[in-house]
Write a protein of this length. Structure first.
Lengths: 230, 272
């Protein structure tokens, strides 16, 4: 019990003493995972809309593959990217290993199938009469898709939240391709793993509490946006 | 118009992402080291001083000795600071590393629960202590992660003349700090480096049960990755860092580190 209280105390101390190291970690986490979710939605939402709104051969296979990627182990994604970015690997000359870019790449790969699959479900859930009336009003294919996406925006927002949740808590890939370098690639999840490994449970718990608090704030903001739009 | 905006936005994002990763300005060094060195906090005392002096940035990646050497073989770091002399010598012999220098040492210790169920306290030899633990089947927790500490532990079991297996011998596959916490919770024996033990002492219920012994000597060396193997290795700054560690200034930081907090230094510079 005293561990948990000490963790709470430590969390407040870290936040309110404006500890620079802690803020660097929080900022890096948000920057890396935020960029990854942005990229993943640029890939995932169009993919979901494409598969969800069109009938073509192989559609079932793509859907199944997307759903399978929910179970993609983060360490495997990390290892895969490491092998590519290592100086022995095909992309070694880019010097991207142990940089935020490498982490963004890994997290984009992890988030894209989640956002894609959930967007797919979202556009499928839209009343088909909307598609029909858009087409009868003379909308082009792109315009029709945008109309459907607008209708499905609440569900798509949920897809983004799920994708963000997946990457901000992810440790395996971040550790391997980021290297947990202080000030450069140390993010909240890897810092928590490090402090736990050291046996410093209070700091680990404090960082965990901060991570949850940030996730809560983001979700509260998104919920507010949804309400305003409705 | 809308399409143009989107294309612009996408382009902007990609440029942003890829410039994020570029290392411009100061010279960078990547140092792969063992968790025992990183967890002790010694590097936080050494590196800022060097960074200021040499106008370079040192990125530290903490992993076991085994992984550090693998990273170096792949050219993914400039320097390694590790503690497994046999593997280090092979690494240099195979042409992967140059300029190996001994930096500092401390010792390994056998720790265990206060009531010492196998009664190994006061035994003069490490081998007899381990052999007693094995014969009494007292719980022993091993790192099991191919780290320097784990390799030393296996060498010691080899000297005892038995292969540790059975319910009394468990492997965690985790770092030293985490392994000590597990050993403490399970009231088990464990082999650890002195530095990690001292820095975890306040949080675990394990006491030191071995005396100083040549078999438990724990030397740390730094090795530069061979620039002939990988052209991108930052040879100049790497040599500067090694020279800094063996300079009087570097030695002083190593010697003083931990004295205040733990009452004794965690590492001793070589030659003292």
């Amino acid at each position: 019990m005293d561990y948990i209280l000490a963790g709470l105390k430590e969390a407040f101390r870290l936040l309110f003493t404006l500890d620079r190291g802690t803020y660097t970690i929080i900022f890096l986490s948000l920057r890396i995972s935020g960029t990854a979710v942005l990229l993943a939605s640029c890939l995932g939402i169009p993919l979901g809309a494409l598969v969800g709104l069109h009938k073509f051969p192989g559609r079932g296979v793509i859907t199944t593959i997307l759903n399978t990627c929910f179970a993609l182990p983060t360490v495997v994604v990390g290892l895969f990217i490491y092998l590519f970015l290592s100086h022995r690997g095909p992309l070694g000359m880019l010097g991207l290993l142990y940089t935020p870019s490498a982490m963004i790449t890994a997290q984009t790969i992890l988030a894209t199938p989640i956002i894609g699959a959930l967007s797919l479900v979202a556009v499928k859930g839209v009343d088909p009469s909307i598609t029909k009336s858009a087409i009868s009003l003379g909308a082009t294919k792109v315009q029709t898709t945008l109309t459907v996406l607008r209708e499905a925006r609440v569900a798509i927002l949920a897809a983004l939240i799920a994708g963000f949740g997946r990457v901000i808590t992810e440790i395996g890939a971040a550790m391997i391709v980021g290297g947990n370098i202080k000030g450069t690639t140390r993010v909240m999840s890897t810092a928590i793993a490090l402090e736990t490994g050291k046996g410093k449970f209070e700091i680990a718990l404090a960082l965990g509490i901060i991570l949850l608090a940030i996730a809560f704030l983001i979700n509260a903001g998104l919920y507010y946006l949804q309400r305003v739009k409705e | 118009m809308r399409m143009k905006k989107k294309i612009f936005l996408l382009g902007f994002i990609f440029v942003m992402v890829f410039t994020l990763g570029c290392r411009k300005g100061v010279s960078h060094l990547i140092l792969a080291t063992t968790t025992s060195v990183e967890n002790s906090g010694l590097l936080d005392a050494l590196i800022p001083v060097f960074e200021k002096e040499a106008e370079a940035k040192v990125d530290v990646i903490a992993c076991g000795t085994g992984k550090a050497i693998q990273l170096a073989k792949n050219g993914d770091c400039d320097l390694i600071l590790v503690h497994d002399p046999e593997t280090e010598k092979k690494f240099v012999r195979d042409g992967y590393g140059v300029n190996r220098k001994s930096i500092m040492y401390n010792d390994f210790v056998i720790v265990g629960p206060e009531d010492d169920p196998a009664k190994i306290k006061g035994m003069s030899g490490v081998i007899s202590a381990l052999s007693t633990i094995a014969h009494k089947k007292a719980l022993f927790i091993s790192r099991g992660d191919d780290s320097g500490t784990h390799k030393r532990e296996r060498q010691l079991w080899k000297k005892v003349g038995l292969i540790p297996e059975g319910e009394w011998y468990q492997e965690t596959g985790q770092g030293m700090g985490a392994t000590l916490v597990i050993a403490s919770q399970k009231k088990a024996y464990c082999l650890t480096d002195h530095a990690t033990y001292l820095s975890c002492k306040g949080r675990i219920a394990l006491i030191m049960l071995s005396n100083r012994n040549q078999l438990l000597y724990n030397p740390y060396s730094i090795i530069l990755v061979n620039p002939k193997k990988y052209a991108h290795i930052n040879y100049r700054k790497g040599i500067e860092f090694i020279n800094f560690l063996i300079s009087n200034k570097g030695k002083k930081i190593i010697r003083e580190f931990g004295k205040e907090e733990f009452g004794e230094p965690l590492f001793h510079p070589v030659g003292e």
